[in-house]
Design a protein around this ligand. Sequence first.
Ligand code: UD1
Length: 340
Amino acid sequence: MTTKQKKILVTGGAGYIGSHTVVELYHSGFQTVIVDNFSNSEKRVLDGIKAIIKQPVTLYEGNCNDETFLKNVFQQEPDITGVIHFAAYKAVGESVQKPLDYYQNNIGSLMTLLKVMSAFHVSNLVFSSSCTVYGQPDQLPVTEQSPKKMAESPYGNTKQICEEILEDFVKSQAQLKVTLLRYFNPIGAHPSAHIGELPIGVPNNLVPFIMQTASGIREKLTVFGDDYNTPDGTCIRDYIHVVDLAKAHVKSLYYLEQREGSSFFDIFNLGTGQGNSVMEVIKAFEQIQKEHLNYTIGPRRSGDVEQVYANVDKAGTLFNWKAELSLEEALIDAWRWQKA
Ligand code: UD1
């Protein structure tokens, strides 16, 4: 079967990383079917995708926790060859307030999906995990072998539990091939400005907050702590352009298809390999804008790790992938999207 004929189910395909991945799948000749319940996204994202790919998109609106709904999707689309499972809640702070919602949604949807995939003999799965599983690492950069640390939040715990469920399930099943992708900090937007991050309410994440401050929606950014043990005292993260991240998903599908045997599980870090501090991100944005950003230094945010960035050699070697876009390009694209 050629790539052209391959059909990939993308759960959470209207979300931030999901929508960019749908676009990259189309560019690589895949067909996609989106499942989304719009709990943390908006229907107009689909118009944005259509504007880029110049084709209609197939959507099934519903919850991955709903087995009957999911079975119906696989019945209607019997030629699905693989699944990319993005659909999950992702706000660290909210997960502390509503732990049961997070456990139910993130773990329940994965278990339901696995049951239905196995009933329909669909064996390729790409799963969205997070660098949050490493906590504050003892050694940097982190490799896939770096030890996992106790989760700081129910959100982080759901990712750890989902990783374990997948590993156990693969051991029990001769029919499932999984790549587990640990994302570092995705930022930016599609260069067309048709899709990007759509934070609902006050953004938790740094780059959307910077964009909303620069555009006057927020009065000022608070830098959460400048007394960390880092060169400028602010936390360090590995910021990766969302388009680079989306492309890694396509490579990961190719990788799964090439794997011999019917059962397989492997983990990959997806970042740039470079750490940048909060102040470096602010300065880079100020240089692009040629304007001062209104910010103030505040106290540390509870649960923040001091620094984390990836060793990405494994994805480089086995996926033949590396992040190509710079922090500056990501900030320019995020700003273009904010203005749009
Ligand atoms: C966290 C999780 C990540 C998760 C993501 C989802 C960790 C290590 N990372 O990312 O796994 O996928 O949330 O939302 O748990 N900052 C400010 N001011 C702000 C906002 C952020 O100074 O208004 C700082 C933070 O302190 C941090 C950096 O910016 O140092 C990045 O923060 P953010 O964008 O929220 O991402 P993480 O916390 O790294």
